[in-house]
Design a binder for this molecule. Structure first.
Ligand code: SAH
Length: 477
């Protein structure tokens, strides 16, 4: 017997998906996901997981609740780890309670993983506390079109309320709110396309219509709405509302997501490449010992190096050169100091800026995807130079179907390429876009490769690091 997890995916911002939900999702065999789940979350599923769109049948109609129940029980009985992924919290207007009842009756073990509910998170991102001392001490969760109950200095949150908005506001009047009471509509709260309009009970319907507000949205009614004036923080960040896709492998982009999220971006990690150190060959020893200069142009090369040198003392006579600050930092993290750090973002710049005093045999330690360009440039300048491939680029560049679909339909603002391979593979993986993302690359060599792959490059980082890429995006945003 398998098991079912009723997992809350949160309201949309990928950072509001719980760690627990993420851990469970990464081990799931079958994932039934809802319409309101941000597809970026599905990237945390393991390769080979089965995705079932529980919002739609393959024929494009809405999947019956009974069919969802049947699938949950079926896959659990097959012995699968089944995740039922719902927007927000599974037990808040999510029919999670009904599904739990069915599972209990069928004696299928299940767990609940609560999520951040839209009714609280949406207003929170809009700068509206749903309770406030001296203003509101109660919060009601309601279905927006069927409101009842009395009001006394409290907040109403209306879910499912774009169509029934006018009725809902009228009901609010019956329950003690006045036409002057502040009211807000928060649409796609916490998502990269979050939108908020603020008005009053008397005017919100008209204002929302004029602003063409679309579902999903929650209505907030109450004095607390007025606090948004002081507390709106979401829109102020430089990359608020921007979706950025990172295509580099883990080894290249540690910490990139966090840096970009700090600026307000929504980051989807869709790695197109993976790097793997190659098993060291006997012939490498001689080449390394005979070199006067070891040159690294990538963090992946540096990371593969400890597996290549059998004894660091044997390279004590070698000098080390790297391109870029971030590669230098990785070198230091394995206990080696660079003797020279090239500022240029690509091999051309490295060769051009190469110091005159740096004489001797040069060995470029690199990956199989790199061109031999740098070695040629050095040779042209009269140096003895050789290339040694110590890691390989692997990875298939495949994207789960629902993610690919979401990308071609809703697009992204930026895509970051850290290699020509990633640019090529991503072009193939998502050939058609309703809204093509702007391309930012880590350096001129990648820019050339991305252009060859058919991308229009909008920004080139001055330096191949997270902050280099971030600054390039900010300059063009
Ligand atoms: N279980 C979910 C609610 C499901 S009902 C939760 O706890 O959040 C679906 C309704 O939730 C939508 O009609 C809309 O009113 C609201 N909703 C869901 N996601 C939202 C979002 N990102 N922003 C605003 N409202 C949202």
């Amino acid at each position: 017997m398998g098991k079912v997890w009723l997992v809350g995916a949160g309201p949309g911002d990928l950072g509001l998906f719980t760690q627990r939900g993420k851990g469970i999702l990464s081990r799931a065999d079958v994932i039934l996901y809802d319409r309101l789940v941000n597809p970026g979350i599905l990237m945390w599923a393991r390769a080979g997981a089965k995705f079932i769109d529980a919002g739609k049948t393959p024929q494009g109609t809405k999947m019956e609740q009974g069919e969802i129940h049947r699938l949950l029980v079926k896959y659990a009985r097959y012995g699968g780890k089944v995740v039922r992924l719902k927007g927000g919290d599974p037990f808040v207007f999510g029919r999670g309670g009904e599904e739990a009842e069915i599972l209990a009756k069928a004696k299928v073990p299940f767990e609940v993983v609560p999520g951040v509910t839209a009714g609280i998170a949406g207003p929170g991102y809009a700068g509206i506390p749903v309770t406030q001392r001296g203003m509101s001490t109660e919060v009601d969760f309601r279905i927006g079109s069927r409101a009842e109950g009395s009001v006394s200095g409290k907040t109403w949150l209306g879910y499912m309320s774009v169509d029934g908005l006018e009725d809902f506001l009228l009901k609010a009047l019956d329950h003690g709110f006045t036409r002057k009471t502040p009211a807000a509509l928060v649409a796609s709260g916490t998502c990269s396309n979050q939108r908020v309009v603020v008005a009053t009970v008397g005017t919100l319907a008209r204002v929302a219509k004029k602003a063409r507000m679309r579902p999903p949205a929650v209505v907030v009614i109450g004095a607390v709405v007025s606090l948004r004036k002081k507390l709106a923080w979401w829109e102020g960040r430089p990359l608020a509302g921007k979706r950025i896709i990172l295509t580099a492998s883990e080894s290249l982009k540690r910490g990139w997501r966090e840096e970009m999220e700090d600026q307000g971006a929504e980051v989807w990690e869709i790695p197109m490449t993976r790097t793997e150190a190659l098993p060291p060959q006997k012939s490498w020893k001689e080449k390394i010992v005979n070199a006067n200069w070891l040159v690294f142009t990538s963090a992946a090369g540096v990371r593969a190096f400890p597996g290549v040198v059998w004894d660091l003392r044997k390279i004590a006579h070698c000098q080390i050169a790297v391109v870029g600050k971030s590669t230098a930092e990785v070198l230091q993290s394995i206990g080696l100091q660079p003797d020279w750090v090239g500022g240029g973002p690509g091999s051309r710049e490295l060769a051009k800026g190469w110091p005159r005093w740096a004489k001797g045999r040069i060995l470029h330690l690199t990956g199989d995807a790199g061109s031999g360009e740098m070695v040629e440039l050095f040779r042209k300048k009269g140096f003895s130079a050789e290339r040694l491939v110590i890691y390989q680029n692997s990875g298939t560049g495949s994207i789960p179907q629902p993610v690919r679909k979401a990308l071609s339909e809703s697009g992204a603002d930026w895509v970051v390429f850290a290699s020509g391979t990633a640019a090529k593979r991503f072009r193939k993986a998502v050939p058609k876009w309703a809204r093509e993302p702007k391309v930012v690359v880590i350096g001129p060599a990648t820019a050339r490769a991305a252009r060859q792959a058919g991308w229009r490059v909008r920004a080139v980082a001055h330096e191949p690091s997270a902050s280099g890429v971030l600054n390039a995006i900010l300059r063009r945003s």
